[in-house]
Design a protein around this ligand. Structure first.
Ligand SMILES: NC(=O)c1ccc[n+]([C@@H]2O[C@H](COP(=O)([O-])OP(=O)(O)OC[C@H]3O[C@@H](n4cnc5c(N)ncnc54)[C@H](O)[C@@H]3O)[C@@H](O)[C@H]2O)c1
Ligand SMILES: [Fe+2]
Length: 284
């Protein structure tokens, strides 16, 4: 069977990568960004590392941060309303999987309003148009949502998380800057790192694997096993290695799928709000 590989159009890696955000927006003629981030990232000044660059360039933006870890249908629907109110023309999402997944769902619904109920996006949704132009800036080294064609939303009423798979949701540009991750506390670094390791292992052993995904997953397992301990100690090399390792795992698993660890981890998080990486680590 033929393999399909979907990746970002452009990605930046390494210290100082965020300097590329403003040029990527202005060179495309965008005028106002919808900055999608979460309340803690705003409180701890992580989002500010990027909004300072927008401010310095005089680039207009509006911030949306009503996003909880394991984001909900309500977070998405409020975000869609906020995007419209802001009259923005592009999205810059700064955060972990929760912020990036919410931004993906918002970007999809803005351009495909027939899916405004959010639940109808579950599985492989037949959206017609690509999401709003998005630059994704991860602040955890785990989900690789900046390069995946997936996003995960929690249905609070039904106590379940559902996965949406859609090639129209991949951010055009990923900016993977280890300096955005250096403020992660030890526990979060370890948990999100275990999410990345789980992606690499499950992606490698899944029946859907192919030669290209094997290449990504083997390198990701190597990078993560060499650098996760250093990242927990907050060394620059550890942060850089994990930023790259988690991204390379995403280049693989996004295209071939995961396994039973993730299926079970989503159930655990939906029932008990267990952080995703912790759920993966326990079940792995
Ligand atoms: N789209 C995908 O392909 C994909 C893959 C795996 C998991 N997910 C989903 O992603 C979500 C989990 O994302 P996550 O593990 O990245 O965590 P998260 O986005 O839920 O963030 C967890 C907490 O960490 C804080 N945080 C994030 N970065 C920080 C930093 N640099 N410094 C200090 N605090 C920081 C956040 O403010 C938040 O309070 C789950 O909903 C999961 O199902 C998506
Ligand atoms: Fe995961």
């Amino acid at each position: 069977m033929a393999s399909r590989i979907v990746l970002n159009t452009i990605s930046y890696h390494g210290h100082g990568a965020i300097e590329n955000i403003v040029p990527e927006l202005t060179s495309r003629g965008y005028k106002k960004a919808f900055v999608c981030s979460d309340p803690d990232l705003i409180k701890f000044g992580v989002t500010k590392k990027v909004t300072d660059l927008l401010d310095a360039a005089g680039f207009a933006y509006a911030v949306y941060s009503e996003i909880k870890p394991n984001p909900t249908i309500q977070n998405v629907q409020d975000g869609v309303a906020a995007f419209k109110a802001a009259e923005a023309d592009c999205i810059v999402t700064i955060g972990g999987g929760s912020s990036m997944d919410t931004a993906k769902a918002i970007g999809i619904i803005i351009n495909n309003p027939e899916f405004a109920d959010v639940r109808s996006l579950e599985g492989v949704a037949p959206t017609k148009k690509h999401a709003v132009f998005t630059i994704a800036v991860p602040t955890t080294a785990g989900t690789a949502a900046e390069v995946t064609i997936n996003y995960v939303i929690t249905d609070v009423e039904k106590k379940r998380k559902f996965v949406c798979v859609d090639t129209n949701d991949i951010p055009e540009v990923a900016v993977v800057d280890p300096d955005m991750m250096s403020s992660m506390p030890k526990g979060l670094t370890a948990a999100t790192g275990m999410d990345a390791l789980t992606h690499a292992i499950e992606g490698y052993i899944t029946k859907g694997h192919c030669t290209i995904s094997d290449m990504f997953h083997l390198e990701a397992i190597k990078l993560i096993s060499e650098n996760l301990r250093g990242a927990v100690q907050n060394t620059p090399e550890g942060r850089e290695g994990m930023a790259l390792g988690q991204y390379i795992a995403g280049m693989g698993f996004s295209n071939v799928g995961l396994g039973i660890v993730h299926s079970m981890a989503h159930g655990l998080s939906a029932l008990y709000d267990t952080p995703h990486g912790v759920a993966c680590a326990i079940i792995l």
